[in-house]
Unconditional design. Structure first.
Length: 171
């Protein structure tokens, strides 16, 4: 009786095993530090890439605004398409697209020998449709192109007189 249950922990007294254990601890520590450094590097690159894209998008938005003010709606639209690809559908870009789309339709001057009204509407109507559906989902007031007196799908016979035609919203 009197014998206590003891757990015997083997001790490696050989110098070779102690050296291997110490080396493995160092390798584990260095690996952890390197993993942390590489992770921080990846995070830095991710943030840097985001900032660069954000700068490019803001530059394209600024460019499109100047182009819109100069009534160069086609160029403004192209700038916004580039910004949309970079921002992957950002709200600010979509709002600018909606603004250009409305202004372009309000101030459209079409020369039937160079361009048809359908060329413009083919570009902007999907954006306006998206704006209307988004507004409906969020319960905001809706811009309705048809309520403004625009006929997006006017037949090509409108351009028979071959003279430049101005389309307005009837405001």
């Amino acid at each position: 009786m009197g014998k206590a249950n003891r757990t015997v922990v083997p001790q490696d007294s050989t110098p070779g095993r102690q050296a291997i254990t110490k080396t493995l601890k160092w390798v584990g520590g260095v690996t952890a530090v390197l993993s942390l450094v590489f992770g921080l590097h990846q995070l830095t690159e991710l943030v840097s890439g985001y900032r660069q894209r954000d700068r490019e998008v803001k530059e394209l938005l600024s460019t499109s605004k100047m182009q819109q003010q100069a009534a160069d709606y086609s160029a403004a639209w192209n700038s916004l398409e580039q910004a949309d690809r970079l921002s992957k559908g950002g709200r600010e870009v979509r709002a600018a697209q909606e603004s250009v789309a409305i202004a372009w339709l309000e101030n459209a001057h079409v020369n039937p020998e160079q361009q048809k009204f359908g060329d413009i509407t083919g570009k902007v109507v999907p954006t306006l449709d998206r704006a209307v559906s988004t507004a409906e989902e969020h319960g905001r007031p809706i811009f309705s192109p048809t309520s403004a007196g625009l006929n997006f799908f006017a037949p090509a016979t409108v351009f028979q007189d071959r003279s430049p035609t101005t389309f307005t919203t009837g405001r």
